[in-house]
Design a protein around this ligand. Structure first.
Ligand SMILES: [Zn+2]
Length: 209
């Protein structure tokens, strides 16, 4: 397992996991260094950051899924701490899709885009205070992944869990893949997804009892 970290949350998880020598912790430098810092011999890749490093995450996810491995982003975009989606090849709803969906449905889409752009370019990292309970939760989740990998992958693939760090509310949902996503590979023609299919079914009488 390789965990890319930036900020308090990642550093605290590293501290909790320091006795596990099977985990490689890699500080996030820039997207350009990823080629060198990426260890191709791991099975699971996690990114833990105090900022929405969207471009870094997307590039990392692309590399990981190309190798048929597992990717999980754990990101703080204040006030939210988001875990997931757990991304594996061939399963609908990856990090790429989740960001696209977020932009599609956000009423302040431009602002969100600017925010992502800001953190992509920002050299100085912004760190936030993390409640110790949240660090423990993340660390325990990783422990679970270590001992029951298949089960966790099955339960979490394409799933996102978002905790509001202010009011402690938690929302979980399944990421709906965007059409023709280049990462998770749901290469469905948009024309085949809509009523066109229904018309065909109706014509073929599939709906007849
Ligand atoms: Zn996708």
């Amino acid at each position: 397992m390789q965990i890319f970290i930036q900020g308090n949350l990642g550093n605290q998880v590293k501290e909790l996991q320091k006795d596990d020598h099977n985990i490689i912790f890699t500080p996030i430098q820039s997207e350009n260094d990823l080629e060198q810092s990426y260890d191709p011999y791991q099975q699971i890749y996690i990114m833990i950051t105090d900022n929405p490093l969207v471009d870094f995450g997307k590039t990392l996810e692309k590399m990981v899924l190309k190798d048929n491995k597992i990717f999980i982003p754990i990101i703080i975009s204040f006030p939210y701490l988001t875990l997931g989606p757990l991304s594996v090849k061939g399963s609908e709803g990856c990090f790429h899709c989740s960001i696209d969906r977020l932009l599609q449905h956000d009423p302040s889409r431009n602002l969100l885009q600017d925010t992502h752009q800001h953190y992509n370019l920002e050299e100085n990292e912004n760190t936030v205070g993390i409640h110790p309970a949240d660090t423990l939760t993340i660390s325990n989740w990783i422990n679970n992944l270590k001992v029951a990998r298949d089960e966790v992958v099955e339960n979490w693939k394409g799933k996102i869990s978002r905790l509001n760090l202010y009011d402690r509310s938690l929302v979980s949902s399944q990421v709906i893949g965007v059409s023709n996503c280049e990462i998770c590979g749901i290469k469905q023609d948009i024309k085949k997804k809509s009523y066109v299919n229904m018309k065909k079914y109706l014509e073929e009488g599939i709906f007849q009892l």
